[in-house]
Ligand binder design. Structure first.
Ligand code: CU
Length: 100
């Protein structure tokens, strides 16, 4: 029962060592945050599975999944298509309901 999520964010640091997947625009650090509703998550493993798949979408910088609410907060450099998110959620074995 750990509440650990796999978010590679160093606390308060501007120099994270998470690699440089987006070699593009250093100005677009704020990005877009969208909350989605996902059906079927029941525990931390579910959260992890969903987070991992959505993290794989190009441009996604942060994912926070909550099984208790069914909400997944996604931050990305640019707006994502719902199809891309749906495909990722589907890949993880859950169902995207839509935007929360
Ligand atoms: Cu689970």
């Amino acid at each position: 029962m750990t509440a650990e999520t796999d978010t590679p964010q160093a606390a308060g640091s501007c120099c994270s060592s998470t690699g440089s997947r987006d070699g593009g625009a250093p100005g677009a650090r704020a990005g877009v945050t969208t909350v989605y509703e996902v059906k079927g998550m029941t525990c931390g493993h579910c959260e992890g599975a969903v987070s991992e798949e959505i993290s794989g979408i190009e441009g996604v910088t942060s994912v926070k999944a909550e099984a208790t609410t069914g909400r997944v907060t996604v931050t990305s450099a640019a707006p994502l298509t719902e199809d891309a998110v749906r495909a990722a959620v589907d890949e993880a074995g859950y169902e995207l309901v839509g935007r929360a």
